[in-house]
Design a protein around this ligand. Structure first.
Ligand SMILES: *[C@@H]1O[C@H](CO)[C@@H](O)[C@H](O)[C@H]1NC(C)=O
Ligand SMILES: *[C@@H]1O[C@H](CO)[C@@H](O)[C@H](O)[C@H]1NC(C)=O
Ligand SMILES: *[C@@H]1O[C@H](CO)[C@@H](O)[C@H](O)[C@H]1NC(C)=O
Length: 944
């Protein structure tokens, strides 16, 4: 070790900057005495008077480091005076966005300015009124927003973009590490793939920044990073980073500048426990043990620095540090934003206890499905209450998410707690993060907090509210120009600026109706919110009243009908609609009302609402489980004869979903409350064969009730996919044999029936190449039998590539999800829809004459069991299809896509019998609420 000899008092020199401390003469003497005494104590008998002490070469930097040991992260004081962003890309032209309606994020999200925004140097220079002198002094482009809404760039607090790159391939499977329970030294940056197809799509959704996590749920501790998702000239992962910590690239750290926030991700609950074959107790112990080690390290650093700052270098050695513990020590020093994956009250409580035991604040709990049930626990968090980064309606996929409520954002906000909506991309496709805020708003979160939940609130919680999350002079030039109010259904960016650079090249903008230019005036859910709290997240969902007598609906503004052929028609209603035994028997004006007509009727005021054909769901496992990932609550998976040996007892049968149905699951009842009367569900399988689907009522209590089963056997369902163990050619050869060869058993008989066109064959398929083969096979089979085969595709991510051929072949497509994403190789050629393409998949297929149905906008199209939660949102998904089509898909056509088309494509012979009743608007609207369902099959009106 190089040692420098110097005079003993030399280390005590005036500090360079930062913390100033004055050392008076008497203190100096006392210190000297102390130093001498301690030397004496250490060296004991061998003490020799000594004039020199050892001061290491690194003393300067070590002292600086010691002084900055507990420095608080944040921007340097000069930050707000910057005239150019550190992310400025040379050559970017200044731009004036003219005539915008600007939601600035300021004044608690209540400020809306009408005016202009001027951006230069990668930062916002002026907002509202831009001085002529400013404009004159900069050459600039002009964008006329024509009054459009502008918001700060959307921030996603929880995403796996880049670390779990799409399409999913083994070569970029970096979402997780399985090397231990506590790995606080891993860095998401080291796995950030720059070729994620999700980037451009996310930008098209207005996304700018995101907090990138590896799929960390599985291990505990992990350094996350905030990135901007625009492409960079450098094309590197590093170039994506926003305010990366100093020294990350090996350059020397200047301790005189305040450090930058770093981000630690923890996980609690089932995920880490499950993966390491442990329990919650094991996880918490592992984390406490790690923090205990970090605490010891911190103490030894503090002691070291105390001595170093006092000039007691002798025998001091190097600054104690250990790379593996470095991050946790800095958590204890308050230099990290701690982000924790925690679902249930038990986990949140445990983590809050830890935060107090080790004294570090928690920035936010992610997922936090139960945080709304324990606001007081959050308020006990060390330092400040953590925010909750949550989903809107995505829930019940596992036990930990069972008690989640769509009202959680509202309830948290009522408790003064911070709410952030997040995607967990690609669980929710991050492009549609604004839709999460929209739904949070629908279920009661105020407009300002809903917009803040994806902009200024995450900016604050990430410690970046000095530069992002607001439209404010001096902030990063990250803004979104929207085609309608961002909280209106289907609102889409018409331009997105990141660091002042426009991201959308020739965006396709569809004209939205004036009604979409304001925030929806959302319905009253006070009763539901109360019940949710009272029942700890599991309020009763069954209809409050079931009426078989007459019901008179008043102030009905539209009455939609469906013809026998399934065509949907909308008619103005004259104000009153009378229902008896679940059937619409009369409608007319107040003047036409007579007492005898409505005798004994219960009256319900729809406040300008509507009555329309109820929706039908297909493409999910609705009715087959209560909690998707809890096997003991689920029907289970079908044996796959192509990849496993079937038990001989089973024989060659075709399982019927009807035999495995569960009535009254929460997902089914919530869908029912969302206007979906029935579902067509096939047995769930992980392989090529599923079995026979059933059509059933979501409002029935059990299978034996009148009208519970609409149709016991609907269609034969299979999947053809590149992801199965058997090859696609094997799958198609098997299908060909089954369709064409004489049947020897029940299984084969079913397929022969499909071949002869007696029963529809429904094929889950996403690849256009596979679809092409199936169209050819259909022709082959039809030639053989001389009959028309009924074939329907479910999934259909790439169907738009064969729209004309699919139409020509008379094949229908149920898009599941309606807005796709390049999840896997089979989905990579999606039609992205506006603003990236003129048409959406649904609109394009329909324009070619394909009969289109809409499935749920759920997670992972490969696992229908994982999208049952999403069926409740079908009405908004159909509204989206109509709105973004620019008029090519009428409301009537969209409603058919979510109802009669599905029945037609699957061969359900039960039309025009079920109706959804909405109050305050129609089924397409975020202003309305479904308050009743009318069922002629069951002869009842269900009132919620
Ligand atoms: C701003 O745009 C709105 C909507 O297009 C228009 O009515 C208004 O005249 C415009 N105002 C200015 C100052 O251009
Ligand atoms: C490391 O990053 C800093 C900015 O944070 C930059 O100034 C420096 O040049 C970089 N050093 C290397 C070696 O890349
Ligand atoms: C019907 O409801 C609308 C919306 O609430 C209201 O404005 C209107 O006055 C109502 N009409 C009647 C006749 O009650």
């Amino acid at each position: 070790m190089d040692l420098k000899k110097s005079h003993m008092s030399a280390p005590i020199r005036p500090p360079k900057s930062g913390q100033r401390f004055q050392v008076g003469r008497s203190q100096l003497l006392a210190l000297l005495a102390l130093l001498l005494a301690s030397n004496f104590a250490i060296f004991g008998l061998f003490y020799q008077p000594q004039r020199w002490t050892e001061v290491p070469l690194h003393s300067e930097i070590t002292l600086a480091r010691c002084r900055a040991l507990n420095a608080k992260p944040g921007p340097p004081p000069s930050f707000n005076r910057r005239t150019q962003s550190d992310r400025f890309q040379p050559g970017t032209r200044a731009v004036l966005v003219k005539n915008a309606t600007i939601w600035t994020g300021r004044v608690d999200g209540l400020e809306v300015l009408r005016g202009d925004i001027f951006m230069d140097g990668g930062i916002i220079v002026a907002v509202g009124v831009v001085e002529k002198s400013v404009l004159d002094s900069h050459e600039h482009d002009v964008v006329d927003a024509q009054g459009a809404w502008v918001t700060p760039g959307i921030i996603d607090m929880h995403s796996h973009l880049a670390v779990g790159a799409s399409p999913q391939l083994l070569g970029a499977n970096d979402g997780n590490s399985l090397k231990g329970l506590v790995l606080p030294f891993l860095r998401a940056l080291d796995a950030m793939n720059t070729h994620d197809e999700g980037f451009a799509l996310a930008v098209a959704g207005g996304r700018h920044n995101e907090f990138d996590l590896a799929r960390l749920s599985r291990c505990n501790g992990y350094v996350g990073f905030v990135i901007k998702i625009r492409p960079t000239k450098e094309r590197s992962s590093s170039a994506l980073l926003l305010e990366p910590p100093f020294g990350i690239n090996g350059s020397e750290v200047d301790y005189n500048v305040p450090p930058r926030w770093r981000h630690m991700k923890h996980a609690c609950g089932e995920n880490p426990a499950r993966l390491y074959d442990g329990t919650r107790m094991d996880t918490v112990w592992s984390v406490r043990k790690a923090y205990d080690e970090a605490r010891k390290m911190k103490i030894s650093q503090d002691e070291y620095c105390e001595k170093a700052l006092a000039g007691q270098w002798t025998g001091l050695g190097d600054f104690p540090s250990e790379l593996a513990l470095e991050a946790l020590v800095d958590v204890l020093r308050g230099k990290f934003k701690v982000q924790t994956h925690c679902y249930e009250a038990v986990d949140i409580d445990a983590f809050i206890r830890m935060s107090n035991e080790f004294q570090f604040p928690v920035a936010s709990f992610h997922h936090a499905h139960e945080s709304y049930l324990v606001p007081e626990v959050l308020k006990r968090g060390y330092g400040h209450p953590p925010a909750s980064a949550i989903f809107s309606t995505f829930a019940r996929y596992k036990r930990e998410a069972y008690r989640h409520s769509e009202f959680a954002p509202r309830i948290l906000a009522d408790n003064g707690l911070k709410v952030i909506m997040k995607s967990d991309h690609s669980a929710i496709v991050s492009r549609y993060l604004i839709h999460e805020a929209r739904l949070a708003h629908y279920y009661g979160l105020s407009t300002n907090l809903a917009l803040a939940s994806v902009t200024s609130t995450p900016a604050e919680v990430l410690g970046l509210d000095h530069r992002i999350g607001f439209v404010k002079p001096g902030y990063d030039a990250d803004i979104v120009v929207w085609d309608s109010h961002p909280l209106a259904i289907s609102a889409t960016p018409s331009q997105v600026f990141i660091d002042g650079i426009p991201q959308l090249v020739k965006p396709h903008i569809s004209k939205k109706p004036a009604s979409q230019q304001r925030a929806p005036s959302t319905p009253d859910f006070e009763k539901e919110i109360k019940a949710t709290i009272q029942h700890e997240g599991l309020p009763p969902l069954e209809p409050a009243t079931r009426i078989s007598g007459p019901v008179l609906f008043r102030n009905v503004s539209s009455l939609w009908s469906q013809s026998e052929s399934g065509e949907v028609r909308m008619a103005q209603a004259d104000g009153n609609v009378l229902v008896k035994d679940g059937a619409i028997v009369w409608s007319g004006s107040d003047a036409e009302l007579s007492l005898t007509l409505v005798e004994g009727a219960i009256t319900v005021d729809l406040q300008g609402g509507s009555i329309s054909p109820a929706l039908v769901s297909a493409g999910s496992a609705l009715g087959l489980h209560e909690i998707a990932m809890e096997e003991s609550t689920a029907d289970g998976a079908v044996f796959d004869p192509l990849s496993m040996n079937l038990p001989s007892m089973l024989g060659q049968t075709l399982p019927r979903a009807a035999d495995g149905l569960q009535f009254g699951t929460r997902d089914a009842l919530l869908a029912y409350r969302g206007g979906v009367a029935s579902a067509v569900t096939a047995p769930a399988g992980d392989g090529m064969f599923q079995g026979l689907s059933v059509s059933f009522s979501l409002g029935s209590r059990n299978k034996l009730e009148k009208g519970a089963i609409f149709q016991e056997i609907v269609a034969i369902h299979i999947s053809i996919s590149l992801r199965f163990a058997s090859s696609v050619s094997t799958q198609i050869a098997t299908l060909r044999r089954l369709l064409l060869e004489p049947p020897k058993n029940e299984h084969e008989f079913g397929f022969q029936q499909a071949g002869e066109g007696v029963i529809p064959l429904v094929i889950a398929v996403n690849s256009a190449d596979v679809m092409a083969n199936l169209l050819l096979l259909k022709k082959e089979v039809e030639t053989y039998y001389g009959q028309t085969m009924k074939m329907t595709f479910v999934g259909g991510a790439e169907a738009h590539l064969l729209a004309a051929e699919i139409a020509e072949a008379g094949v229908g497509v149920i898009l599941a999800p309606p807005r796709s994403f390049p999840y896997t190789w089979e989905h990579r050629r999606i039609l992205a829809g506006p603003p990236l393409t003129e048409q959406s998949s649904a609109a394009l297929l329909a324009s070619h004459g394909v009969i289109v149905g809409l499935g749920p906008q759920g997670v992972s199209p490969e696992a229908p069991s994982m999208s049952t939660w999403a069926v409740r949102n079908l009405r908004f998904d159909m509204a989206w299809v109509a709105l973004e089509s620019g008029g090519s898909v009428s409301k009537e056509a969209a409603l058919a896509m979510a109802s009669s088309n599905i029945e037609k494509l699957l061969g359900v012979q039960s039309r025009a019998s079920e109706f959804a009743v909405t109050q305050g608007g129609d089924l397409f609207s975020l202003d309305s609420k479904v308050i009743a369902m009318v069922s002629s099959k069951r002869g009842v009106v269900d009132l919620f």
